[in-house]
Design a protein around this ligand. Structure first.
Ligand SMILES: [Zn+2]
Length: 299
């Protein structure tokens, strides 16, 4: 049984595909050229490897091509973990374009970005990092995958901070730091709070404010912006479960997210925010307050 939400998306998806194919035929070019025309038109310099859940595209003779088996195994394992945590099924394959470097991506993409996910095309653009990201060189490749799966199973994002929060929380679900281990996102959010830089939910819920911070590299790191969002979402999911979050996410609009929160969780988002602050206050000294949930996803 297809829900009306998914039905609309299917119509939209295949409608757009049809238009793209027609354009491709008219121009006499390959459809792969215009997978995401708003962002990267006309780039054909890709090799493709199909894995269980992805079409992985990389530059010929690049390091990513050399490491393709490892990348494919990592992405497939991430995909499975994301679907398990969100408790969703996702049947299509995602197109993952791995540019050779951050410079390669910047040069070929017509907007300021470090990586992107285009939900309606099930396409991701990212670059092959030159160094370790969080736990490994491949750490971070899963973030955009969460965006695509969320888009098709939970709904189109209204609040950017919730979308980045769920991507951060799930991509780093098992990621721990220090001894005794603490969860990465909570650890970073607790540090930010200690420094007096934790943003309020009212500030984070202003999409323009959020976007401006996100594209300012210096401020982004000052606030550990995505990690504080990730901590908030992780705490919310650990306390009340993924199903409630799946209802809250698409209903949380800029002008009515407080009412949506009250409706789904039966309490004020600002009371929950205070609760989260208290949790962070204790976090660095007492460690995870809910170790049983955290232990489920140890790698
Ligand atoms: Zn993101």
């Amino acid at each position: 049984m297809i829900s009306s939400l998914n039905y609309q998306r299917l119509v939209y998806r295949y409608g757009r595909c049809l238009v793209l194919i027609l354009i491709a035929c008219t121009l006499g070019c390959r459809a792969s050229q215009i997978l995401f025309p708003e962002i990267d038109p006309g780039d054909e310099n890709w090799l493709t490897r199909e894995s269980a859940h992805f079409y992985i595209h990389c530059r010929p003779n690049s390091e990513a091509e050399e490491d393709m088996e490892e990348i494919a195994a990592y992405l497939d394992q991430k995909f499975t973990q994301i679907c398990e945590i969100l408790d969703v099924e996702y049947e299509n394959k995602i197109s993952y374009f791995i540019y050779s470097s951050a410079e390669d991506l910047k040069k070929n993409v017509s907007q300021e970005t470090w990586g992107f996910a285009v939900g309606e095309y099930e396409a991701i653009g990212y670059f092959y990092p030159t160094m370790r990201q969080y736990d490994s060189r491949l750490g971070g490749l899963g973030h955009e995958v969460v965006h695509i799966i969320v888009y098709w199973t939970m709904g189109v994002r209204e609040l950017h901070f919730l979308d980045e929060g769920i991507a951060d929380a799930i991509d780093k679900y098992s990621l721990q730091w220090s001894r005794p281990p603490v969860l990465w996102a909570h650890w970073r959010a607790a540090l930010v709070m200690k420094r007096g830089n934790l943003l309020s939910i009212s500030q984070l819920s202003d999409n323009k404010f959020f976007r401006d911070l996100r594209y300012n590299r210096e401020l982004y790191h000052t606030y550990y912006l995505y990690d504080q969002c990730g901590s908030f979402v992780r705490y919310l999911i650990d306390r009340y479960g993924i199903e409630k979050f799946k209802r809250f996410f698409p209903a949380a609009k800029e002008d009515s997210y407080q009412a949506a929160f009250q409706n789904v969780y039966g309490l004020s988002i600002h009371d929950f925010e205070e609760d989260w602050h208290e949790f962070l206050q204790d976090y660095l000294t007492s460690g995870p307050s809910n170790p049983s949930t955290s232990e489920v996803w140890h790698p």
